[in-house]
Design a protein around this ligand. Structure first.
Ligand code: 5AD
Ligand code: SF4
Length: 375
């Protein structure tokens, strides 16, 4: 029996697919080279932008023929997109040949659902569940081992679907994280450990007895072994001095911070509910550069947020030019049903968004060239 997993979206999803693979292998499935060979096909989906969802619909649709040929094939769609019950319903209505549709909260029970489907039930399940610490990961990212430290997000940036599909922040116990990392280091295969969370800087804040993120970093660095430590993603409002100090002082921590700014304009930042101003953001960058002179800094930006004027977009351009990032990701704003921003007046034309994203990417390319030439 073989399985095939198609993963969309962020590192969190990549890592969750490693858990799905671990569960399937424990059940006796082996990795298939192609989807045609597989007895179980899993789509682990992303909901962050419309494009990601469109691709899932296209790719699941393409399996109709295969399913006709291979009646016992089990097709599973899971992840952020299917956590939204409307999308899950639409998926089941459009593709009745899909066997299992589950959200983000009960991935750990995927084995149980497969057994249920074999007995002839189609399943759609959304109830909240806990990540089962006892289930294995099948690590697939070469020398890098991902370690999830927390689930969910409490920030509710007005454009973002994540808090709706991943729930509130929930930190793993630091003892479990340290134990997992000790085991990874003992295996000796991994040179790099990357901690994952939507907002790693608020690690521990959901539990008064838990240690802070900087304390967690320091504890991990005490583990004997030859590895570098990295983390993502940081929210500028929560990136405190103690974390910057830990990055500066601990040899094992990679000198790299991904610090999404999203916009360089204060009015737009406020509408986005980002809780910082351009000035505050720049002061954090300054602090990082002072304390960690060789630190690589990267960022995410959204262009064409509702009501964004040309001048306000130019504030984003000037922020990028001023910070001189090592690299940036630029996205066209994509309205996500259920979020505050999707209901705002003043939605921007796709053509304007496209022009703006191209301008920003052109600037990024130019800055990169200057960096390479040492200007
Ligand atoms: N539209 C466009 N980009 C988005 N992001 C999050 N939500 C949206 C959206 N609705 C971007 C942000 C975030 C990155 C992971 O995806 O820049 O940092
Ligand atoms: Fe989304 Fe904002 Fe949470 Fe990041 S911090 S996951 S952008 S709501």
């Amino acid at each position: 029996m073989k399985y095939f997993i198609v993963t969309y979206g962020c590192q969190m999803n990549v890592h969750e697919s490693e858990k799905i693979a671990g569960i399937l292998e424990k059940m006796g499935y082996a990795l298939a080279d192609t989807r045609e060979e597989a007895d179980v096909i899993v789509f682990n989906t992303c909901a962050i932008r419309e494009g990601a969802e469109d691709r899932v619909f296209g790719n699941v649709g393409n399996l109709k023929k295969l399913k006709k040929k291979k009646k016992d094939l089990i097709i599973i769609v899971c992840g952020c997109m299917t956590q939204k019950s409307q999308t899950a319903q639409k998926l089941l209505n459009t593709f009745p040949f899909v066997d299992i549709v589950i959200g983000t909260f009960n991935l750990s029970k995927i084995g149980y659902y497969i057994e249920a489907v074999k007995k002839g039930r189609q399943l759609e399940i959304f109830d909240e569940g806990e990540i089962d610490e006892s289930l294995p990961y099948k690590r697939t990212s070469g020398e890098n081992a991902w370690v999830n430290i927390m689930q969910g997000c409490n920030n509710f940036c007005t454009y973002c679907i994540v808090p709706y599909v991943r729930g509130r922040e929930k930190s793993r116990k630091h003892e479990n994280i340290l134990q997992e990392i000790k085991e990874i280091v003992k295996e000796g295969k991994y040179k790099k450990i990357t901690l994952l969370g939507q907002n790693v800087n608020s690690y521990g804040k959901d539990n008064k007895d838990e240690i802070s993120f900087s304390e967690l970093l320091r504890e991990i660095c005490k583990i004997d072994g030859d590895f570098t430590l990295s983390f993502m993603t940081s929210h500028p409002k929560d990136l405190t001095d103690d974390v910057i100090d830990a990055v500066a002082e601990e040899d094992k921590i990679e000198k790299y911070i991904h610090l999404p700014a999203q916009s360089g304009n204060d009015r737009i930042l406020k509408l986005m509910n980002r809780s910082y101003t351009r000035e505050k953001y720049l002061s954090i960058i300054k602090k990082i550069r002072e304390k960690i002179p060789n630190c690589r800094i990267t960022s995410d930006f959204i262009v064409g947020f509702p009501t964004e004027s040309e001048d306000e977009f130019n504030d984003t351009m000037s922020l990028v030019a001023e910070v001189k990032y090592d690299s940036i990701f630029a996205f066209m704003y994509s309205p996500r049903e259920g979020t505050v921003a999707s209901k705002m007046d003043g939605q921007i034309d796709e053509s304007v968004k496209k022009t703006r994203v191209n301008k920003l990417l052109k600037l990024e390319k130019q800055l990169q060239k200057e960096r390479i030439n040492g200007n």
